[in-house]
Design a protein around this ligand. Structure first.
Ligand SMILES: NC(=O)c1ccc[n+]([C@@H]2O[C@H](COP(=O)([O-])OP(=O)(O)OC[C@H]3O[C@@H](n4cnc5c(N)ncnc54)[C@H](OP(=O)(O)O)[C@@H]3O)[C@@H](O)[C@H]2O)c1
Length: 204
């Protein structure tokens, strides 16, 4: 079985990788112990098929600090503890030239050309793969069409600062929409797959 590669994107409408507050964002959306639509689609639904999560060094160290089981706070909802158990359990790939070792269990550090790293991971035994950012890494993934599909959480905010998902893109990237789900406070959960090869028609 080919290992599917999925990129997760969390952005404001102007493509910033931040988590701002906006009307409703600080309110629970139902049972506080149940994940909302975006979290379920990106994570909870995938615990059984994903065995590798890839992160750039800054995201990796941030996730270890906040989302590993040792970083969890007692008041955190149950589904976040499940998320931490999942993250601790899966293989984590940290991309870094600077970091030489990590104490986070089931982790390894790789460096080099991202296309070659993705090809190497796909050739290894395992389940599906999530590319979890940060924004610069995901930008390269989209630009080079390295993922099979993409989950976007688009937040209803034009933020104007913070890390960018979109910088100077060398070429067109075409995606095919698989699903679009509005959430309670105006967020959109979008699922796209990558379209490989040149687009067949041009806009006049
Ligand atoms: N999912 C998420 O984690 C997420 C989502 C939304 C927003 N954010 C925010 O985004 C920020 C972090 O994102 P970011 O894009 O700035 O950083 P990042 O992708 O997490 O980390 C960048 C680092 O990854 C390493 N790297 C990337 N590609 C590499 C390669 N091919 N080979 C070797 N090393 C490679 C380099 O580390 P070295 O310097 O060690 O070489 C680089 O400095 C944070 O502010 C975070 O809050 C994160």
């Amino acid at each position: 079985m080919t290992r599917k590669v999925t990129a997760n994107v969390y952005m404001t409408m102007d493509g910033r990788g931040v988590f701002p507050t906006y009307p409703g964002s600080d309110l629970p959306t139902g049972d506080p112990d149940e994940p909302d639509e975006f979290f379920r689609r990106m994570w909870t639904d995938r615990y059984d098929d994903v065995t590798t999560v890839v992160m750039g060094r800054r995201s990796f160290t941030g996730h270890e600090r906040v989302h590993s089981l040792k970083g969890r706070k007692p008041k955190d909802p149950k589904f976040m503890f499940d998320y931490s158990r999942f993250l601790d359990r899966v293989e984590k790939v940290c991309l870094s030239r600077r970091l030489k070792k990590t104490d986070w269990e089931n982790s390894r550090i790789l460096q080099g050309d991202l296309g070659k790293i993705v090809t190497k991971l796909k050739s290894e035994k395992g389940g599906n793969i999530i590319l979890e950012g940060g924004p610069r890494l995901v930008q390269e993934v989209i630009q080079r069409n390295l993922a099979d599909d993409y989950w976007f959480l688009v937040m209803p905010v034009v933020y104007g600062r913070g890390p960018r998902y979109w910088g100077a893109m060398k070429d067109q990237t075409t995606l095919k929409l698989l699903s679009a789900t509005p959430m309670k406070f105006g967020e959109l959960v979008l699922h796209y797959e990558g379209v490989r090869g040149k687009p067949s028609s041009k806009r006049k």
